[in-house]
Design a protein around this ligand. Sequence first.
Ligand code: GLU
Length: 513
Amino acid sequence: MSVRVRIAPSPTGNLHIGTARTAVFNWLFARNQGGQFLLRIEDTDLERSKPEFTENIMQGLKWLGLNWDEGPFYQSQRMPLYRAKIQELLDKGLAYRAYETPEELNAMREQQQARKEAPRYNNQHRNLTADQIAAFEAEGRQAVIRFKIEDEREIEWNDLVRGRVSWKGRDLGGDMVVARAASSGSNFSGSNSSDSNSSDSNSSGSNSSDSNGDVGQPLYNFVVVVDDADMKISHVIRGEDHVGNTPKQILLYEALGMKVPIFAHTPLILNESGAKLSKRDGVTSVGDFQAMGFTAEALANYMTLLGWSAPDAQELFSLAEAAKLFSFDRVNKAGAKFDWDKLDWINSQYLHEKSAAELLPMLLPHWQAAGYALDAEADADWLLPLAGMIAPSLTRLKDCVDQGRFFFTPTMDFSDAAKDQLGKEGVAEAMQAVLAALKETPINSVDDTQSLINTVTKALGVKKGLIMRSLRAALMGDMQGPDLAESWVILHRRGFDQPRLEAAIATIQSFSQ
Ligand code: GLU
């Protein structure tokens, strides 16, 4: 079988981490099998779909390295196909027009609730007579199209993650709405009891402008089937929240005489307290993770581990390497807990491997966002060594703002510890001597700093440690911080070492006043 999979995001928000993880699993499986990975934009909800979300989703997928082989296909451009298929169901007698008003459907649901029954549509308009239909239409009622679901049906599939899954027709909420009245707005779907017990979160919105008035506005569970069949999708790999949609979709494949694909429902992503990862956890979109300073490689790598593990427990790999190892028998059924420490660790591993030249363009936006007007080319002489110096201590790219803080302004405040050091005996003379030597000797390398320190140490006959500690206090304003010699080279290139030594000397002088 030729493997064809797809990611089918609804552009009603930015690329969500759950969608991205589903895309990762689809991509891994496609690449593992030498198959095709398609992108389909499920934009039938015209009210909530926005082109900027489509753009964000495509950018995010590309950023993560999840290149697609076909598409993007837009559902909004495929309405004639959906309408033809709805008509086919009507013609076959497998679907019918139902004329309940939202109020009637609400009343039905309330009565069921009062009887402590699960809400469902009671199929009461299945066999309307021509007279009844004419009367409803004369009243100006608008019909939805309902697909017949027999209570006695058993629906089974062999899920690649969950194994054998079976549903009873009677648990699907009665005959399901496959198309909403074209001009009825969202009222019908809002009160559509047949879908209220499922996770049918993809109901398409109303779309009166695109309606031909005949079969209305086709909804998610229907269009997804038509598209997956039309696009010859072999495996539908999607989040577990869609499990409840699958039996309905299988019935639709059968009704339309289409081949049922293989399903794999991947575990949900959970937060640290075991609930579904949501907006309340602060980050949900791939862009949020990017802004926090995770690299694309690290986030993609981490997502492969959200619900899947490599046979030899390997944890660091590119998507291409993971694709070689990927299989569904190593995908967990249980929810995948989001582990920030693991993501941080993976991110740091990638950052520590990077050269200064690779890292600099990744750090720059974070420094710029923090308000420093830097230029990758004009400032390269000091930014490159800075990037190289802090690389081994970065966990998230954003850490560069804190770790780079010593290098952005000509002078800095002295911490109390730095002041203590500067106040020690002989420090003023030592710093004067360094300043004098500095005016003679340019500092272009770590070696240059060392020979300058040696010269001063010898000339003054003091301990090297005193010079080193005092220099740290004077140049960095603190006793903690990055490598002193490397920092000094950077500060020298910026022209900041002299003003800082002068400021340190002035500070020492102020102690005795
Ligand atoms: N548009 C749906 C979603 O974003 C696609 C579900 C599916 O893969 O069938 O969840």
